[in-house]
Structure formats: C-alpha cells, structure tokens
Design a protein around this ligand. Structure first.
Ligand code: 5GP
Length: 189
C-alpha cells in the first residue's frame, strides 16, 4: 500500500463544524490518528496545548519553517498554521491512518506533495446556517466573524477541487460518511 493513502485531509469553512465531525469520527474509530497542527493564534477557552494545537510563538514557528520540519503551512487570518512532519510521517510509515484538518491552501499543498492522499471538503447546509454556527460559537468578535465569512466564500468556491464533498447536517452522519470514504480508500489497497 502506498503510505500516502493513509492520509485523510479534511477542510471546510470556519464554523462548519469540521472539528466536531472529526472528533466524533475518532471517538467511534480511535485507530484514526489526528495530526495536531502548529499555530501562532492564541488558544481559545478550553483548548489545550499539544491536544488541539501546538501553540507556538511566531519565532518558534518560523524556526520550524527554516528547519524544514513543517510539511505545509499557511497564513490564515493573520496567524501561521502548519502541519509538522513529526505528526504525519511516522504514522504513514507505520501504516496508520491519520486525519489532517486544514484549510484549502494547506490541502492543496498536501495533495501536490502526496497525490494519493484523500481530500474531503465539509459543506454547511447553507451560508445562512454557516453564519449562525459561527456567531453561535461565541468565541469570535463580529469583525473576526466577518473576516472568516469572507474567507469562507473563497474556500467554498474550491470545494469542487476536492476528491469528495460532504454536507454537515448532523455531526454523526457526517462523521460516518467521512469514515466510509477513508475505509473505501484503504480497501483499494
Ligand atoms: P481555527 O483558528 O478556527 O482553529 O483554524 C483556522 C483554519 O486553519 C481552519 O480552516 C483550520 O482547518 C486551518 N488549519 C488548522 N491547522 C492547519 C494546518 O496545519 N495547516 C493549514 N494549512 N491550515 C490549518
């Protein structure tokens, strides 16, 4: 089996609920590893370092870039986000599926680097519902929400470039759908 096939890349606009969906999938299927990204953004209430993200200073992140220890990175709404080599390479070598929850530019870079990976885009049931979910989260101010919605429009336009799209009506159903996509990919051998 080509080790790239163990990579599952999930993207979707901010607020669509992709983190919840992926968390749910991993509760049901703990054999799927999670690539903890690095970021320079501040932790949100309840987020833990090394669990949700590796929270780094700008200097520490830039050191990773200089040392070539990030597989991909991007600047999103003013902060760095990136995938550390250490999060995915050992798992691919061991033949363990690993999911990356990253934005569109990162997904494109991963696909270019690992063409055999599987990419999935999570769509909201509607744009109105996306705004409602983003506001309902209560973790961002109005300006940040507007910034993220503008970015969401750009991201939604790229959904068709992914291998699969799924609609997040309910996290459980969406998690099931994404897991089936991964299983079928691995079954192809
Ligand atoms: P948030 O600040 O809401 O946690 O994440 C903002 C965006 O950055 C989301 O679309 C998220 O999927 C994306 N993101 C998280 N980690 C990474 C990463 O390692 N690389 C890239 N390119 N995007 C990431």
């Amino acid at each position: 089996m080509n080790p790239e096939r163990y990579l599952l890349v999930v993207s979707g606009p901010s607020g669509v609920g992709k983190d919840t969906v992926v968390r749910r999938m991993r509760e049901l299927h703990p054999e799927v590893g999670f690539s903890v990204s690095a970021t320079t953004r501040a932790p949100r209430e309840g987020e833990a370092d090394g669990v949700d993200y590796h929270f780094l200073t700008k200097e520490a992140f830039e050191r990773h870039i200089a040392d070539n220890t990030v597989v991909e990175y991007t600047c999103y709404c003013g902060n760095y986000y990136g995938t550390l080599c250490s999060e995915i390479e050992p798992r691919m070598e061991r033949g363990e599926p690993v999911v990356l929850v990253i934005e569109v530019e990162g997904a494109e870079n991963i696909k270019r680097k690992y063409p055999e990976c599987t990419t999935v885009f999570v769509l909201p049931p509607s744009r109105e519902e996306l705004r409602r979910r983003l506001s309902g989260r209560g973790t961002e101010d109005e300006k940040t929400i507007e910034k993220r919605l503008a970015r969401a429009d750009e991201e939604l336009a790229l959904a068709k470039t992914y291998d699969h799209t799924v609609v997040n009506d309910t996290p459980d159903a969406c998690a099931g759908e994404i897991y089936s996509i991964l299983r079928s990919r691995l079954a192809e051998g």
